[in-house]
Design a protein around this ligand. Structure first.
Ligand SMILES: *Cc1c(COP(=O)(O)O)cnc(C)c1O
Length: 363
């Protein structure tokens, strides 16, 4: 069977990625998951109840166009429901961006290391990856990105805060970058961790859309992180209705489930809980980062619900050692990335890290 012959050209040349892996990623209950940036406190009691009730209605199809959820979001932002696209996770929306806008040969500029779904999406559609290194503080290098824009650039992507580094760039700088882009470039700003940023001067770029910005800009948000609904798969894009209408063309048929829509609406109604989660994360994050520093790690200033750090040990070995203690963290490169968990989880992680630092040789 010559499968390669059957492939679309972009798939023939697409570099290997996690999407092609066949590893099991579910874990047993006794494993502490600090590798996916989930909210390990879960959802509020109100949202839990809505999910339980919704689950029993699963014999029914959902509202195919998630109109109630879009209206709720529109109300929250002072926009119309036509400014909102709901997808099964913002990752699904990222794929739609590629399918609708990226043609063979189109260049897409972003920074690396960052969220892998973006380079994946570029290659899926035959686009050309134009990765720019992060700056010396592990932040998105907006000037570097601007310098990489050409006549062939179709899209410029800013992940803010960034994953895996946890750094952020102040919204005013991102807004300036977006405004400088030539008209043929679509600006995409991924704000998956926006709610965690503890800075009064920071704002969502949704504001530009509220102000009627008339050039292509898409802002991505998700219910997977602070809202604690990762397993339900729901996220959304905000943009001018002209862009959203085109994006809808690539929406996988009826892919946002009923339970996810119900849970997302209930979660939006419970903003007190989100505030509480933000405050807890700030306290827990500061504990983990302080303790890691005491253990001799270099810690990159975190703005989200995870910490990117250099243990000066082989990062894979650090991850593997912790896995022996049933604590999962990430090793995206020479650094490690640990999600901020509950207090108990963080204490268990630090205790295990203390042993890891003693047992493993300095790199
Ligand atoms: C987790 C994450 C997302 C959200 O993914 P979902 O598909 O909504 O679960 C998006 N962007 C970044 C940078 C992330 O880290």
């Amino acid at each position: 069977m010559n499968v390669t012959e059957l492939l679309r050209d972009s798939m023939k040349t697409k570099p290997a990625s996690n999407r092609g892996a066949r590893k099991k990623t579910s874990t047993s209950k006794d494993v502490v998951r600090m590798n996916y940036n989930e909210n390990n406190y879960g959802m509020s009691d109100k949202v839990k109840q809505v999910i339980i009730d919704a689950a029993l209605g699963s014999y029914m199809y959902q509202d195919f166009y998630a109109v109630d959820l879009k209206e709720k979001l529109a109300g929250l932002y002072g926009l119309t429901k036509d400014h909102i696209l709901v997808g099964s996770g913002s990752s699904a929306v990222i794929d739609m961006l590629g399918e609708v806008f990226i043609n063979y040969g189109d260049e897409v500029v972003y920074c690396m290391p960052s969220y892998e779904a973006f380079p994946d999406m570029v290659s899926d559609n035959g686009g050309v990856r134009v990765p720019v290194p992060l700056d010396k503080d592990y932040k998105f290098d907006l000037d570097g990105m601007f310098a990489a824009i050409t006549d062939k650039t179709k899209m410029a992507i800013v992940v803010n805060p960034n994953n895996p580094t946890g750094t952020y760039v102040n919204a005013a700088a991102v807004e300036m970058f977006v405004r400088r882009l030539p008209e043929h470039v679509i600006a995409v700003v991924d704000e998956a961790y926006f709610e965690y940023v503890d800075d009064d001067t920071h704002y969502s770029l949704i504001r530009m859309i509220q102000e009627g910005y008339d050039r292509p800009l898409i802002v991505l948000r998700t219910f997977s992180k602070i809202y604690g609904l990762a397993g339900l798969r729901i996220g959304y894009a905000v943009g001018d209705p002209l862009l959203i209408d085109e994006l809808m063309k690539a929406c996988q048929a009826w892919n946002v489930g009923r339970n996810a829509q119900m849970a997302a609406m209930a979660a939006l109604d419970d903003q007190d809980y989100i505030k509480e989660m933000k405050a807890l994360n700030i306290a827990n994050r500061s504990y983990v980062s302080g303790e890691l520093k005491k253990l001799g790690c270099d810690v990159v200033e975190p703005a989200a619900n995870f910490i990117y750090f250099d243990a000066h040990r082989d990062s894979q070995a650090v991850r593997n050692k912790l896995a022996e203690s049933k604590i999962m963290i990430g090793a995206p490169d020479a650094f490690n990335r640990v999600s901020v968990g509950t207090r108990e989880q963080n204490e268990a992680f630090i205790a295990a890290m203390r042993m890891v630092m003693e047992e493993l040789p300095v790199r």
